[in-house]
Design a protein around this ligand. Structure first.
Ligand code: ATP
Length: 509
């Protein structure tokens, strides 16, 4: 597992991600994508989009505006309920999410239990029965029971919106400010995460607009438009990729939690009563989407929600093992008819589907898949970046990205940059390959340095042009992961590389 600090440094050094407004010391939890970051982000977006829209005849895509009528956010529940419990430390003036402080305390108890189990494992060797030990060892089961109990009480308080109960839990557990150790806390209060702005021509509340906190509502309010203009029959899906904004209270984990980010969401409209079946279907499809990239299955897991959102009758996260532990990467939610029904009530427009098979009209149910593009970017990089030991004190940083996602597919490198005939030949190859895929010409260093640089940005293929090329029109083709080199004719490059970097390889696994 790559060190998180190393990963963030790599992102900056190689032009993947910069802090926003860095020359003014940055803006917290807002980031810009650099040249390679933009290309990688585009590839991930394309992979998602094609897997939804191109690969399913019953899924179509839209691109709704960020601004929406303010009533949308009333109907969706965001004005009243899109809150996080906020707590301030009076001494340090630091601000925290009360639920996250409690979750950290739970994690500490679980870690204590794990430590006991590890010790026992060493002591008992092969005959060790971990499950039995967890259930019967008084110390371990004590930690686990306490963790469970706190978790239950926290979820009850969150579901009931009982801020005083959260504060009481924090005091009872003796939770201190993680930075300073102070226990001098304010009361817990609800904090709405939506950013707002004001229309120029309408004063007061009436003209208050929100920056959308999720892309999903743009899909719900267009349900009728899409149904009527595409003649889709249930079940069918609407996909969308776009910016979302959340005024996150604690946003300290690089692009994991940002205030401005991009979501890739798909709402799948189904007949009421079939939600269990489609929920399982989408869980399966989405896990396969991640695995197709070559991600180690041990780094992905499902995590059922205990604290269900107001709109859901079932919800699961796909968690990924980031350098700072298993965290949510994607959510799959069975949203019932909550959203369409609320919009129908508030707008007075019928948002229903006439089922020709049963001759009845109903509000469809919805299964949603929702993944953060930036979070997927972070998962992809954490998965790909490796510091590889090459022996004899040498090492290299290599981004083992799936070739279909790599920002640059092929780099054309002249063996001697002062030799005009070689440079000219190399530029000729670059000018030929650039029509088929993203190619880079680079003559800014020795061949060894150029290879290392391409490894660090994840380029799957390097083409080296040398004196022999001038004689027989062959080049050295070097593969990133194996570092193996083979001699191939120039006129075969386009096909060899093209075949291996095509996105369709991801859909065929
Ligand atoms: P979390 O519990 O981490 O705050 P959430 O449950 O609020 O996330 P959803 O509302 O389900 O998240 O959003 C769907 C997806 O959008 C998440 O799985 C995540 O990938 C992404 N996402 C949500 N909030 C952020 C954020 N602040 N920055 C980056 N990505 C985000």
């Amino acid at each position: 597992m790559i060190d998180f600090k190393k990963l963030t440094a790599h992102c900056k050094e190689y032009g993947f991600i910069y802090q926003s407004s860095e020359i003014y010391d940055g803006l917290a939890a807002v980031y810009d994508y650099g040249p390679y970051g933009t290309l990688l982000k585009n590839s991930i977006r394309e992979y998602w989009w094609k897997s939804m829209v191109q690969m399913h005849e019953n899924i179509v895509g839209i691109d709704a505006a960020i601004f929406m009528h303010p009533k949308v956010w009333k109907a969706s529940g965001h004005v009243d309920a899109f809150n996080d419990p906020l707590i301030d430390n009076k001494d340090s003036k630091r601000r925290y999410r009360a639920d996250q402080l409690i979750e950290d305390a739970i994690d500490k108890l679980l870690a204590k239990a794990d430590k006991e189990v590890e010790k026992a494992k060493k002591r008992f060797g092969d005959s060790f029965d971990e499950k039995l030990y967890r259930e019967t060892n008084p110390r371990v089961s004590g930690y686990l029971q306490k963790a469970n109990d706190i978790n239950r009480r926290m979820n009850e308080a969150l579901n009931a919106g009982d801020m005083a109960a959260l504060k009481a839990l924090i005091e009872e557990l003796g939770i201190a400010d993680p930075e300073t150790g102070s226990k001098n806390w304010t009361d817990v209060r609800q904090f709405n995460l939506m950013f707002s702005t004001q229309l120029s021509n309408i004063a007061g509340e009436e003209g208050k607009l929100y920056l959308r906190p999720e892309t999903a509502q743009g899909i719900f309010v267009n349900f009728l438009n899409v149904k009527n203009t595409t003649r889709q029959k249930l079940p069918f899906g609407i996909a969308q990729v776009g910016k979302a904004f959340r005024n996150e209270i604690v946003a300290r984990q690089f692009i994991f939690r940002m205030r401005e980010f991009e979501q890739m969401e798909m709402q799948f409209f189904i007949k009421p009563g079939t939600q269990q079946e489609w929920y399982e279907y989408w869980k399966d499809v989405r896990l396969k989407w991640h695995l197709a990239l070559g991600t180690d299955p041990a780094k992905l897991r499902f995590h059922d929600h205990e604290n269900l959102a107001h709109y859901a009758d079932a919800a699961v996260d796909i968690q990924f093992e980031f350098p700072f532990g298993f965290k949510e990467l994607e959510g799959i939610h069975s949203r019932t008819d909550f959203d369409l029904r609320s919009h129908q009530e508030l707008s007075g427009k019928k948002l229903q589907y006439f089922d020709p098979e049963t001759n009845e009209s109903y509000i469809p149910y919805v299964i949603e898949t929702s993944i953060g593009l930036d979070r997927m970017f972070l998962a992809t990089l954490s998965n790909a970046l490796i510091e590889e030991d090459l022996g004899e004190g040498n090492s290299r940083d290599v981004l083992r990205l799936h070739p279909a996602l790599a920002p640059v597919k092929c780099a054309v490198l002249p063996l001697k940059r002062n030799e005009d005939s070689i440079v000219e030949k190399a530029r000729g190859i670059f000018n030929q390959l650039k029509f088929s895929f993203n190619t880079q010409y680079d003559d800014t260093g020795s061949i060894g340095k150029l290879y290392r640089r391409q490894d660090a940005i994840g380029t799957p293929y390097c083409v080296t042009v040398d004196f022999q090329t001038l004689e027989d029109n062959t080049v050295t083709l070097r593969e990133r992961d194996s570092m193996q080199q083979e001699r191939v004719p120039i006129d075969r490059l386009e096909q060899i590389i093209g075949d291996r970097v095509e996105m369709k390889n991801l859909f065929r696994v």
